[in-house]
Design a protein around this ligand. Structure first.
Ligand SMILES: [Zn+2]
Length: 273
């Protein structure tokens, strides 16, 4: 933390997510707001998003998606205002039970100690005040999201000395329910069945911190648009009316993972934007 004579303290903020685009829906507005407040930001992506969607065959092939998506993340972060983008270099593990899970280069197959070493090196180098990562459900259970949450949380919890405020980025059930209703009302088939609404996402009471990011939602949307391979104009999100989408994207949810047995750590994010 550095502080000039008159200005508010500038913080160092480190985001660690699994795939290029994971930063977008859950935390894109908060990241944009923190950039505009002058904080020092770094975005880390554990995989290259090798087995993601391909919205248009003109943009990528299954063979080169791993080379295309890091460029999309760099462009998205340039729009947000975060030039410092790093990759841990793992292969996307795909969904549970798929052959991609068994690929020896995948994050799912990586030695936890090796991943921890990479994350620890980032903590040592940057000494962040705030760390953002996935929540334990991974939103919808993607093994890479869960792994990144586990490894990042474990590294932060084992830190001695200065320890950052660790926030899990949440997709609470209430928010999935809202999305399901908005899509259903608009005659769009949601990307998840109604039966999943009781189990998908974080429990609503897991959330400690809710941010209204409507002041930054235009940047958030422009940044999201850079993940072109992942945006199908004919998919359920592409079909949602822009104003409805903007309103749904204007709230972000976080859980402050305090050190075990210490409830005194301040919810620093609550007062930042
Ligand atoms: Zn992801």
């Amino acid at each position: 933390m550095t502080q000039g004579p008159k200005d508010k303290p500038k913080l160092t903020v480190l985001s660690i997510f699994a795939h290029p685009d994971d930063e977008a829906f859950g935390s894109g507005g908060t990241l944009a707001g923190l950039v505009r407040a002058g904080h020092k930001m770094t975005t880390v992506c554990a995989t290259n998003g090798d087995v993601g969607e391909i919205s248009d065959p003109a943009l990528a092939t299954p063979e080169n998606l791993w080379e295309v998506r890091p460029g999309e993340l760099r462009r998205a972060m340039a729009v947000t205002g975060i030039p410092d983008v790093r990759f841990l270099g793992y292969r996307d593990s795909g969904m549970q039970g798929t052959p991609d899970n068994q690929n020896p280069s995948s994050l799912f197959q990586a030695e936890p100690a090796k991943v921890d070493e990479q994350i620890s090196a980032l903590m040592d180098e940057l000494s962040p005040d705030i760390v953002f990562t996935h929540d334990p459900t991974g939103g919808y259970g993607h093994p890479d999201h869960v792994t990144v949450c586990e490894r990042t949380t474990s590294v932060v919890e084992s830190m001695t000395g200065k320890r950052p405020h660790l926030y899990h980025v949440c997709f609470p059930r209430e928010n999935f329910r809202k999305l399901w209703q908005l899509m259903t009302d608009a005659g769009i088939t949601p990307p998840f069945a109604k039966e999943m609404l009781d189990s998908i996402g974080s429990p609503d009471d897991y959330v400690t911190t809710v941010k209204d990011v409507s002041a930054y939602v235009d940047v958030k949307r422009a940044s999201l648009e850079c993940h072109q391979t992942q945006l199908d104009p004919n998919g359920p999100f592409g079909k949602l009316a822009p104003d409805v989408m903007t309103s749904w994207m204007s709230t972000e949810y976080f859980y402050l993972k305090r050190p075990d047995g210490d409830d005194s750590q301040l919810d620093i994010l609550a007062d930042l934007l």
